[in-house]
Design a protein around this ligand. Structure first.
Ligand code: LLP
Length: 435
C-alpha cells in the first residue's frame, strides 16, 4: 500500500508514524487519538524554506494556521523563518504565546471585529489583509488611537472558480470574501486606503480556493493580478509592491488524487508575475504564498477503536468507531474521501467493503463512505489517513464528546502536545448563577 507520506508506513504487521508503532500509542493514550508526524510537518516547512524562501529574493511563505493551530505548530513554524496567516484574534493570541514575531503575522478575515482589530494592533500585528470597506474604517480609527501604521494588502476576488468542493471555493463572483474586481470596486477600496493617514497600501491578495489541483487556475489568477497591478498604477498612481498569491495547494487523500508539485506551483506563480512586471519594466514585487493543508494535511493519522458493526444485506456494512464528525467534520461537510486501514491487521488482505461511521447522533456522521479493509471486528484499531488539516482545528464537543488528545511523533519518539479533554472540561465554562 502506498501511503501519502514516507513518514507513515506499514511494516512488521502494524502502522508506524515516524517509526513509532501506532499500537503502542493506542496503549499509552487511548482512542480516538490524533497523531501528527512532526517528521512530515518539518519536511513540508523545509520545502517552504528551501524551495521558496531561500530560492527567491523578497518572498515570504506564510503558514495558513487555521488548518492546524496550537502552540507547538507555531513554535515549529518559527524555526523555518516563515510567517503566518491568522484569521482571528484567538489564533493570534496562540501564535504570540508561542513567541511568534507579531510583524510576521498577517491578519486575515472577512469580518474582523473591532475588539479583534484592537487586540491585534495593541500587540504590534501590523500586516492586515483588508477585506471590506467597513474594515478600512475600523482599522483606521484604531490605528490612529494607538498611533500605529498598518500595512495593507487588499483582498481582490479574481473571478476564478477553483477548489475541491463548492464550500471551499473563494475566487468566484459570489463570495463573501474580498473586493470584487468587477466595476473597479477594488480600486475604490485602495483609494480609500490611500486617503487614510495610518494605513499604508502595499499590495493585493488572492486566494482562489482550497484543495486545488489545477495549475492553470494559479497562472490565470496571477495573470489577472498583474493586470490589476497595471490598473492600480494607471488609475491611482501607486505601485503594487506586494502580491500575496494565497494557498489552496491540494494534497492526496486517496490514490485518485494527483497533487501538483510545490515547486511547479510556486515557480509558475513567480514566472507569471515576473513576466507581467517585466513588460512594464518594473522590479518584482514581494511575493507571498500561504498554504495550510499542504504543510500539515498528510502528517495526520487518526486512530479509532472499532465498536458496533451493522451489516444490511444488499445495502452496506457500517463499521462504527469511537469518534466521528466531532473530530472529523470534513466527510459530512465536503463529501471528502479518505483512505485507512485496520492497524492490527495491517498486512492482511482487504476483503471487506464497508462504510466507516462514527458514534455521533447524526446520519451524516460518516468518516469514510466506501473503503475495502481487512475483515473488521470490535476492538480492532482503525487508522484514518491524511487527517492533519482542518480536523483538530474544526473539532467540536457535539453530543458532549470529549476532544481527542494530539500526539506528535518525531524520529522514533512521541510526545503529548494537546491532552485529551475530560468530563471536567465539558462543564468548565458552565456557571451556576441565580437570576
Ligand atoms: N489563505 C486564505 C485566505 C484562506 O482562506 C485559506 C483557507 C488558506 C490560505 C489556506 O488554504 P489551504 O492551503 O489550507 O487549502 N476547512 C476546509 C478548508 C477551508 C479553507 C479556508 N481557507 C477543508 O477542510 O477542506
Amino acid at each position: 500500500m502506498v501511503l501519502q507520506t514516507k513518514y507513515v508506513e506499514v511494516k512488521d504487521q502494524s502502522l508506524f508514524i515516524d517509526n513509532v508503532n501506532a499500537l503502542s500509542l493506542v496503549e499509552k493514550y487511548g482512542t480516538p487519538l490524533y497523531v501528527m508526524s512532526e517528521g512530515h510537518i518539518r519536511h513540508q516547512f523545509n520545502e517552504l524554506k528551501t524551495l521558496f524562501l531561500d530560492k527567491y529574493d523578497n518572498v515570504l511563505p506564510l503558514f495558513a494556521s487555521k488548518s492546524f493551530s496550537c502552540l507547538q505548530i507555531y513554535k515549529i513554524a518559527k524555526e523555518y523563518g516563515v510567517g503566518i496567516d491568522c484569521v482571528s484574534a484567538g489564533e493570534i493570541s496562540i501564535a504570540l504565546k508561542a513567541g511568534f514575531d507579531p510583524h510576521k503575522i498577517y491578519f486575515h478575515g472577512n469580518n474582523k471585529t473591532i475588539s479583534e482589530i484592537e487586540y491585534a494592533i495593541q500587540n504590534d500585528v501590523d500586516h492586515f489583509v483588508i477585506d471590506n470597506f467597513y474594515e478600512i474604517e475600523c482599522v483606521e480609527k484604531i490605528a490612529l488611537k494607538y498611533n500605529k501604521t498598518i500595512f495593507a494588502t487588499v483582498r481582490v476576488v479574481p473571478g476564478i472558480k477553483a477548489g475541491g468542493h463548492g464550500y471551499i471555493q473563494t475566487g468566484h463572483k459570489d463570495t463573501k470574501f474580498g473586493f470584487s474586481a468587477r466595476h473597479g470596486v477594488y480600486l475604490d477600496a485602495i483609494q480609500k486606503i490611500i486617503d487614510t493617514q495610518c494605513i499604508e497600501f502595499e499590495g493585493i491578495h488572492c486566494h482562489i480556493g482550497s484543495q486545488v489541483f489545477d495549475l492553470y487556475a494559479y497562472v490565470n489568477a496571477m495573470q489577472r493580478f498583474v493586470k490589476f497591478a497595471y490598473e492600480i498604477y494607471d488609475k491611482l498612481g501607486v505601485m503594487v509592491t506586494k502580491i500575496n498569491a494565497g494557498g489552496g495547494y491540494g494534497i492526496a487523500y486517496t490514490q485518485n488524487d494527483e497533487p501538483l508539485d510545490f515547486e511547479t506551483i510556486t515557480s509558475e506563480i513567480m514566472r507569471t508575475i515576473e513576466e507581467g512586471y517585466a513588460k512594464r519594466g518594473w522590479d518584482m514585487p514581494m511575493v507571498l504564498i500561504e498554504p495550510g493543508r499542504y504543510v500539515v494535511g498528510n502528517a495526520g493519522v487518526t486512530l479509532y477503536t472499532v465498536g458496533a458493526i451493522k451489516s444490511i444485506p444488499g445495502v452496506r456494512t457500517y463499521v462504527s468507531v469511537d469518534g466521528g464528525m466531532t473530530d472529523n467534520i470534513r466527510t459530512a461537510l465536503y463529501d471528502a474521501d479518505y483512505d485507512g486501514i485496520i492497524v492490527n491487521k495491517a498486512e492482511e488482505e482487504k476483503t471487506t467493503q464497508v462504510t466507516i461511521s462514527g458514534k455521533i447522533c447524526e446520519s451524516a456522521d460518516i468518516l469514510i463512505k466506501e473503503i475495502k479493509i481487512a475483515k473488521p471486528e470490535p476492538g480492532d484499531i482503525f487508522a484514518q489517513f491524511s487527517t492533519g488539516a482542518y480536523h483538530y482545528s474544526m473539532s467540536s464537543n457535539y453530543n458532549q464528546i470529549t476532544k481527542p488528545a494530539v500526539v506528535f511523533t518525531y524520529q522514533g519518539k512521541e510526545k503529548l502536545v494537546i491532552r485529551r479533554q475530560t468530563f471536567e472540561d465539558l462543564t468548565y465554562f458552565d456557571e451556576e448563577n441565580e437570576y
